[in-house]
Design a binder for this molecule. Structure first.
Ligand code: HEC
Length: 104
């Protein structure tokens, strides 16, 4: 009895972890729709060799730490906004989480 309770708790714990993960990615997607979609194709299955690159392509070739830097501090010659002036770390985590979720 005790053992089955523990097993049950472990399974429901995992389920809520998965839900939290989904909510995190959904929030990153909303932020991307509001801030990135006017330039990037942010949808799953976006084509490769686009300019600017689709999020699908970025997900496959870029390390998440580099993504963070490129989002917060784009090249000064880039038309991409300097997101470090208005995007917070937590929001950045969600966006990077959304981009990474496309790589599967
Ligand atoms: C005004 C247009 C514009 C917006 C808005 C924009 N980007 Fe970009 N982004 C670009 C362009 C153009 C590039 C190509 C490289 C460059 O110019 O720096 C780029 C490059 C990138 C790169 C690097 C890709 C590489 O291969 O080096 C990442 C990552 C990225 N953008 C993520 C984002 C995210 C996330 C958002 C929203 C929070 C966003 N961008 C919003 C135009 C934009």
């Amino acid at each position: 009895m005790k053992v089955s309770c523990i097993v049950f708790a472990a399974i429901t714990g995992l389920a809520s972890l998965a839900q939290a993960e989904d909510a995190y990615i959904a929030s990153g997607k909303r932020t991307a729709e509001a801030n990135c979609a006017q330039c990037h194709n942010i949808a799953p299955g976006g084509a490769f060799k686009l300019y600017p690159p689709s999020f699908q392509a970025i997900a496959t070739y870029m390390d998440p730490e580099i993504m963070r830097l490129k989002i917060m501090y784009p090249d000064h010659v880039s038309i991409m906004p300097q997101f470090h002036t208005f995007i917070f770390e937590g929001t950045l985590d969600n966006i990077v989480g959304y981009i990474q979720s496309l790589d599967q």
